[in-house]
Design a protein around this ligand. Structure first.
Ligand code: ADP
Ligand code: MG
Length: 349
């Protein structure tokens, strides 16, 4: 707990940073954003922005001097940068958590060691490693680090599809391809005193490995509902997590619940909480990392969220919306194919 309102530092200036800064503002908390993107959309929402490469020490020091607590909107920040900051200021969630979660091999070991089911996987270094484990095919080869929105992934049906050169550039895991019935996610906020607020499971539809739609309620049975929330709680507790995080799950055609991955931050599938709950995932994240307590939260209504990618944003900009529809334009200057440009949430009363 801080004696007066802390100043919140946020690393990253994309849409997640924008929503976090807006939540902080509602609470009277000032924000300073550190980003390497001169066009960062979050600059319209924060109190101050520092534009710099994350490894530039002088700028990092300036950032640290201006804030009381630091968080981040994406997990792929070098561990050295977060641990440098944490020497002077609180970083939440803690850099140690990030170290586990930003490496798919470490993340999966951590989940497995908790006795939680995750996708079968092996760490691979060469085509030969895969040849020796043909029972893992068809599988998905994923870079251990820096992957998002399906980047750095290759579907491998047979050995001919493997390019030996891939292994000189990156470390990989090979995951067995799951016969998916559904995908869901659970967003959880854990507070300083260990209290948790767990949002109801959200059902997600991906297209070309990018989230396309999310909705509540998820079309799942009571068992999976409870199990997915319990698993998220177990993971958050084990990590001693403070803030909002997301657990992504697969449900296979036999109705097994399998952890896909953990995002140690607010998550795209939780955008519908901005309108469907009194307290959104962003509000709760800011509350938790600033030492505020877990308040009773109320669901306002069922909802569906649609991600708007690339030039599709132009079709949404000048439309008229009903009062149960909430359009968010992320104010990104350059439109790129498959780039997340905005989203639309429809409340279903
Ligand atoms: P990212 O970090 O890019 O989100 P994910 O591992 O979550 O990577 O993969 C993105 C999407 O690709 C998943 O949500 C799912 O739709 C599909 N996918 C990934 N791994 C598997 C798998 N082992 N079996 C089936 N589908 C998968
Ligand atoms: Mg994912």
């Amino acid at each position: 707990m801080f004696n007066s309102n802390p100043v919140l530092g946020i690393i990253g200036g994309g849409q997640l940073g924008s929503f976090l800064a807006s939540s902080a503002k509602k609470l009277g908390i000032k924000t300073v954003i550190l980003t390497d993107d001169p066009l960062a959309p979050a600059k319209s929402f924060c109190d101050e922005i520092i534009i710099s490469n994350y490894s530039q020490k002088q700028k990092l020091e300036e950032f640290v001097s201006k804030v009381n607590v630091v968080t981040f909107e994406f997990e792929n920040i070098p561990f050295e940068v977060l641990s440098f900051i944490s020497k002077n200021k609180k970083v939440l969630p803690s850099p140690e958590i990030n170290k586990i979660v930003q490496n798919r091999n470490e993340e999966k070991k951590f989940i497995k060691n908790l006795g939680i089911t995750t996708t079968p996987w092996i760490y691979v270094n060469s085509k030969n490693d895969i040849e020796k484990n043909k029972d893992m095919l068809p599988g998905i080869l994923k870079t251990c680090t820096l992957g998002y929105d399906g980047k750095g992934q290759h579907l491998i049906n047979n050995l001919n599809e493997i390019d030996e050169n891939w292994f000189s550039l990156n470390e990989y895991i090979l995951e067995k391809k799951i016969n998916l019935k559904q995908e869901i996610s659970v967003i959880i906020t854990r507070f300083e005193n260990g209290d948790c607020y767990i949002y109801e499971p959200i059902e997600n539809i991906h297209k070309e490995q990018i989230l396309k739609k999310s909705k509540i309620p998820a079309n799942i049975n009571q068992d999976i509902y409870k199990q997915s929330q319990n698993v998220a709680k177990k993971i958050a507790k084990k990590l001693n997590f403070i803030g909002t995080m997301c657990v992504e799950y697969f449900i296979d055609i036999q109705n097994n619940l399998i952890v896909n991955e953990i995002a140690p931050r607010v998550h795209n599938s939780g955008h519908l909480t901005l309108n469907a709950f009194d307290i959104s995932q962003f509000d709760n994240h800011v509350r938790a990392i600033c030492g505020l307590k877990n308040l009773p939260n109320k669901k306002i209504s069922n909802a569906e969220m649609i991600n708007i990618l690339g030039s599709d944003i132009n079709n949404y900009k000048n439309r008229k919306y009903s009062n149960n529809e909430y359009f968010f334009d992320y104010l990104k200057k350059d439109i790129r194919d498959k780039r997340k440009m905005g989203h639309l949430t429809i409340l279903k009363y």
